[in-house]
Design a binder for this molecule. Sequence first.
Ligand SMILES: *Cc1c(COP(=O)(O)O)cnc(C)c1O
Length: 459
Amino acid sequence: MFTGLAADRDELPALLESVRRHAEALLGALDEREVLPAAPATPGAVTLPARGVGTRAALEEFARRWEPGLSSSAGPRYLGFVTGGVTPAALAGDWLTAAWDQNSNSSLDGTGQALERETLGWLRELFGLSGAHHGTFVSGATMSNAVGLAIAREWLGERRGVSPAEEGAAALGPVRVLSGSPHSSVAKGLSMLGLGRRALVRVPVLPGREAVDPAALEAALREIDGPCVVVANAGTVNTVDFDDLRAVAALRERYGFWLHVDAAFGGFAALSPEHAHLVDGLDLADSVCVDLHKWLNVPYDSAVQFTRRRDLQAAVFQNAAAYLGPLGDTPDTVHLTPENSHRLRALAAWFTLNAYGRDGHREIVERCVACARALGEAVGDLPGLRLLAPVRLNVVCFTLAADPTAERLADLAGRLAPDVFVTPTVYDGVPALRAAFSNWRTTDADVRRIVTALEEALR
Ligand SMILES: *Cc1c(COP(=O)(O)O)cnc(C)c1O
């Protein structure tokens, strides 16, 4: 054995203890550390080591050269994009995922896969989905949307008497995918699947909203000859608007389309009795995307994909090999997802759901919503700022009251960055900033600190 490896193996308990202490220190500093460090680390030009320095020295070098530039994205005031943190239980689960290093994709070594299925059952319950939905873990909501659209593609093939999985997407002919305010990842998925970004047709939204106008959707459906795909949105990124899922699903009775719902983070509305009506009808979807590394607060990279047509999912993703089992009624994971080998991604979710249950995760969701509301009210009261949309759930979308150019907003975001990280957007043609609350650590004390930072930045 290489001497460096043998030395680390012999010293493993002490090494793990150093890493544990290191993690303890960084997590302890998370609430106070700059959210986005002013000076990003300078990588320098370090060449590939020939003999290596050993884990202890590698840790020191990481701490010296890279950590100062890393953002506090796991902390309470990183409100850019939609970013979750890591609950203590999820962290424990993730550490053990690497320690066990399972490849949970086949019943030939099936315990990891069984743990995934147990976790998927819990998640199905959490989001109010019925037993008709089967779930799989994927790496993120982009991949979850892509998998849902891949199943939709196969369903379109079924309707047209071809199999895109066997014959290629070209066998389908033109495809239309209708959506009101689709997330950018939907277009990426269509590009990956050979359907093309131009297959996406934007349907008008309700006045002053990001939710699709059901009458406009019906008009668009009437124009299309034959089956198509509708992507409904449950939680848009700018203003967290929700399509009326029941109204959209009702149209399916008449027009026969595949209904995919992108509920990447909006799906978590189901946890809060006050907001569950926003995702009423989610179970009616043919496929559903929910991210877990956002509001469930498990580490990257984790999301879930649910569908009512696991047979079509297996038609797309089956991986025939002499050493893998047949499809059967419950296909192995290897036959259901883009990945073949994958880490035991479910374990972090299993830990956090087991540790805190429905009530614990509901409290996270409700506290995030309360924080967003409080910030929304404060923004409304600040003379220099203007709220661009009501705070429907966990995102505050705001801009400068006067002359809101992208440059001035970037300057404002830059001045806020040590205290709070927010990301730019354009809403209804107006350059804006978004603050998205989805971290389990965030409290009203953070909101007060953000308001103070805003007041100072506006001076
Ligand atoms: C974040 C998000 C996605 C993409 O998720 P990733 O995890 O970044 O791949 C898709 N749809 C919506 C609505 C999102 O918020």
